[in-house]
Design a protein around this ligand. Structure first.
Ligand code: GLY
Ligand code: MN
Length: 491
């Protein structure tokens, strides 16, 4: 079904998008009678007893911190636009992280504005109002509610989000005009809304905008209690998704890695919004490709499945969890030996996550264990100190041991080195601990039996006041636990 089915002939002033539709000319001109019929007979569905959304109070605190950091400046945070896939179909929309964090809203094209006012700011939103029934846009425009579904009225959105709302169709012109008439340093979060950026271009600088983005990235480093609950929910749904996959391994063996991707995706869509990143469903030697997202390979009993996947909640917080599972339910001796090394490295890493520790500590703790094992197995010549100093273990450990987690899977990515990689951990930070060992299928420096084995174990760790809490602990992790869990699901 496409919009052309209702292609009109005579309404382009009222609904510009109709111009595109009329080219097809599938329908004759819209009669006055039809216009009249379409206008009338609709119930008033305004929702008048809404209460503020749970996250609105938390978003207000974040906006207060933003306001305090940039006094006297105009701050513009767009949600982003739909991206065309082809013709009049679009990719599914995922609102910009900065906008979601500061508003709790996820509406396409929306814009948050902090306008300097006295010692602080007036914050307000630009949103698309409900579709007009008088001029026919509700059924003639591609953005009409008859096509895309009912949206909140501006009054409803104001109650839910705790912010005044204006018509987004005026946003670019109004912002440009205000920037002219009330000069102030103006910053926009770039990369999401070319129209808003263009309207403000004479008043913004690349450097100034980048500073805003860095600040907003750092604002997300410490999660509040509401965000922690979201991340826990993301991990709980992810546990269910992994369980679904284990239950369906026989189907995956009969088909391909795609069955695993689809199985996890179904859970993500039913229990959340989406997957938080492309699921890595890597069977056999594909496990040695760090971001294997093609997921088109065979799933063979006797090999390992590395599944790295996370459910994103309806509020857009994501888990990021990896388990490496024996496809036939039991590790062989070498698989178990490598798995145990990665497990021990992860345990050492998790133990190093606590308030006051350096962010770098958990990586170093994990690398230490992996380097020791690689020397013990004769794959590297000791001493271990020399291996670590030269980084020789990295041929098989390949990546950093973790990252911040939140609305983005690699959250806070624009934070400065001193605030992130060189930081000291604080309660409320959430990060992954995910060491791995990867022996490529064509690696001639290891015995043949190792080739094609990849193992990663990844959990989502909250820094607490006195240590840490593993938010993804519900998923079995030791080799023995993994085997009995798989057996219990497939018995
Ligand atoms: N889960 C994918 C990554 O952390 O890169
Ligand atoms: Mn990760």
């Amino acid at each position: 079904m496409t919009e052309e089915n209702l292609a009109p002939e005579e309404t382009e002033e009222a609904a510009p998008q109709a111009i595109k539709q009329r080219k097809n000319g599938l329908y004759p001109a819209i009669s006055d009678e039809l216009t009249a019929v379409m206008k009338a007979g609709w119930a008033d569905t305004e929702l008048r007893d809404l209460v503020p959304a749970e996250q609105s109070a938390y978003a207000a605190k974040r906006r207060a911190a933003l306001s305090a950091r940039f006094p006297g400046e105009r701050l513009v945070v767009p949600a982003g636009n739909l991206k065309t896939r082809s013709n009049d179909t679009e990719y599914s929309f995922r609102a910009a992280t900065e906008y979601v964090h500061l508003t709790g809203d996820q509406t396409e094209d929306a814009v948050l504005v902090l306008e300097p006012q006295g010692d602080g700011h007036d914050a307000y939103l630009y949103l698309l109002p409900r579709s007009n029934r008088e001029n026919g846009e509700f059924w003639l425009s591609g953005q009409g509610e008859l096509w895309v579904g009912r949206r909140h009225s501006l009054a409803e959105a104001e109650t839910l989000l705790g912010l005044p709302a204006r018509d987004v169709r005026e946003a670019a012109a109004e912002l440009a005009e205000r920037a002219e008439e009330h000069p102030a340093v103006t910053r926009v979060v770039r990369g999401y809304d070319a129209g808003i950026e263009a309207a403000l271009a004479p008043h913004t600088t690349k450097h100034g905008d980048a500073e805003l983005k860095v600040f907003l990235s750092e604002l997300r480093l410490v999660k509040d209690e509401w965000e922690i609950a979201q991340l826990q929910a993301a991990c709980d749904a992810t546990t269910k998704g992994f369980t679904d996959v284990v239950r369906e391994l026989a189907q995956a063996v009969a088909t391909s890695e795609r069955w695993i991707e689809g199985t996890f995706f179904r859970r993500a869509r039913v229990d959340g919004n989406d997957v938080g990143y492309g699921s890595i469903c890597a069977a056999g030697p594909h496990a040695t490709t760090l971001h294997w997202v093609r997921n088109d390979g065979q799933v063979r009993p006797g090999e390992l499945l590395l599944l790295d996947a996370g459910v994103e909640t309806t509020t857009l917080y994501t888990a990021d969890v990896t388990r490496t599972l024996p496809i036939n339910g039991e590790f062989d001796e070498l698989q178990r030996k490598i798995y145990q090394a990665v497990y021990d490295a992860q345990e050492a890493g998790i133990a190093a996550v606590k308030p006051g520790a350096r962010y770098r500590d958990f990586h170093e703790a994990s690398q230490q264990v992996l380097a020791e094992r690689l020397v013990e197995w004769g794959l590297l010549e000791g001493p271990v100190e020399r291996v670590l100093e030269l980084g020789l273990q990295r041929r098989w450990t390949l990546h950093g041991t973790g990252h911040m987690l939140g609305l983005d899977v690699h959250d806070c990515a624009q934070a400065r080195v001193e605030s992130y990689v060189d930081c000291v951990l604080e309660p409320g930070m959430v990060l992954t601990v995910e060491p791995g060992l990867y022996f490529q299928a064509d690696d001639l420096t290891v015995p043949e039996a190792y080739r094609g084995i990849g193992v990663r174990i990844e959990d989502d760790i909250l820094v607490t006041a006195d240590g840490n809490r593993n938010l993804s602990a519900a998923l079995p992790r030791t080799a023995d636990e993994v085997e009995s869990w798989m057996a219990s699901l497939n018995s």
